[in-house]
Design a protein around this ligand. Structure first.
Ligand SMILES: Nc1nc2c(ncn2[C@@H]2O[C@H](COP(=O)(O)OP(=O)(O)OP(=O)(O)O)[C@@H](O)[C@H]2O)c(=O)[nH]1
Ligand SMILES: [Mg+2]
Length: 326
């Protein structure tokens, strides 16, 4: 860890690879630097394909560098089984940034069958945080649950939309608005951008006025910009900073605490699946039980009973009895 702590980029990259591959060495690596975790600001950037997320991340990083903040960029592609062309493209596009020693860029794609990409993303952010980067930008395409889990690990979530391709309506349907702390209408140079911004303002307003009065909740600002022409990007940063000020009022600690609990849950689930389920080779046993006419639920209860050894399992009256036999 000495190299990591002295600012060695290779050491950071290696630690992130351990996280990505669920390598046993990650646990000790994180322990060694954990007291340094918590200083970085984490911003998730999501939105439909082609909305301009990478272009915006690149521009935001450039402005943050002008403000003398160091920047980590994590490009996560949860759905792709390959380290696909898009991420490679992003890398090349961000080349200008990669020459800057104050910027660290990393791509991650989920591989293997267990997913774990949300867990690995948090791990990567923790490592970049401990390494000393001030701001961490996490880009992922907003499509499904896995993607939400990735950006939800951030303190502030920026949803990037652009005119065309179903735009606002699509976003509302897919639940993107629910996760947004800042709504960005990118490509303001393209026609339809002003209309989209108005539509979004309206939905945000309706949402804010229909919810319960006792909740003092954040109302996401709608910010227009054109990342492609580097105009209005400072307003995006201002939107993120206003959310940060809202969080600073004691809310950040609570939100981060809840996310730590979720991370523990992910690690437990992953290790149960890999270490206990896969390693033991339950398949034959399960086949025998199923062959005797038990339902999949009954068999699952028996397996869980054995794994958890005496811990009560939902719907498993016989499970504890089974546990004694293992
Ligand atoms: N006209 C216009 N085009 C833009 C703007 N920002 C980005 N683009 C273009 O939109 C296309 C997609 O941009 P990306 O930044 O790759 O979008 P993305 O959301 O990261 O795309 P994926 O990662 O593939 O989902 C590129 O051709 C950009 O040049 C903008 O402000 N105006
Ligand atoms: Mg991109």
């Amino acid at each position: 860890m000495a190299r990591f702590l002295s600012g060695d980029r290779g050491a950071l990259a290696r630690a992130i690879s351990w996280a990505e591959n669920a390598d046993d060495r990650f646990q000790a690596a994180l322990s060694g630097v954990y007291e340094r975790v918590g200083r970085a600001v984490r911003v998730g950037v999501t939105g439909p394909p082609g909305a301009g997320k990478s272009t915006l991340v690149n521009e935001v990083a450039r402005l943050l560098r002008e403000m003398e903040r160091t920047v980590g960029i994590l490009a996560v592609d949860p759905s792709s089984p390959f380290t696909g062309g898009a991420l490679l493209g992003d890398r090349i596009r961000m080349e200008e940034r990669t020459l800057d020693p104050g910027v660290f860029i990393r791509s991650m794609a989920s591989r293997g069958s267990h997913g774990g990409i949300a867990r690995a993303s948090v791990d990567a952010c923790d490592m970049m945080d401990a390494w000393g980067l001030d701001e961490i930008l996490i880009e992922t395409v907003g499509v499904g649950q896995a993607e939400y889990d990735v950006v939800a690990a951030a303190d502030t979530v920026v949803v990037v939309l652009c005119p065309g391709a179903g735009d606002g309506i699509q976003a509302m349907k897919s639940g993107l608005l629910e996760v947004a702390d800042v709504l960005v209408v990118n490509k303001s140079d393209v026609s339809g951008a002003a209309r989209l911004a108005l539509d979004l303002e309206e939905s945000v307003h309706i949402r804010a006025t229909t919810r319960k009065h006792d909740e003092e909740k954040w109302v996401p600002p709608v910010v227009s910009c054109s990342a492609g022409t580097a105009s209005g990007v400072d307003a995006v940063i201002e939107g993120v900073e206003s959310h940060r000020r809202f969080l600073a009022d004691g809310r950040l600690e609570g939100a981060r605490g809840a996310k730590r609990v979720e991370q523990v849950q992910r690690v437990v689930t992953e290790r149960l699946a890999e270490g206990v389920w896969d390693a033991r080779g339950w398949r034959t046993e399960v086949e025998v039980l199923l062959g005797s006419g038990d339902t999949p639920y009954d068999v699952a209860s028996q397996v869980l009973g054995e794994i958890l050894g005496g811990i009560p399992v939902a719907g498993a009256p016989g499970a504890r009895k089974e546990a004694g036999c293992s």
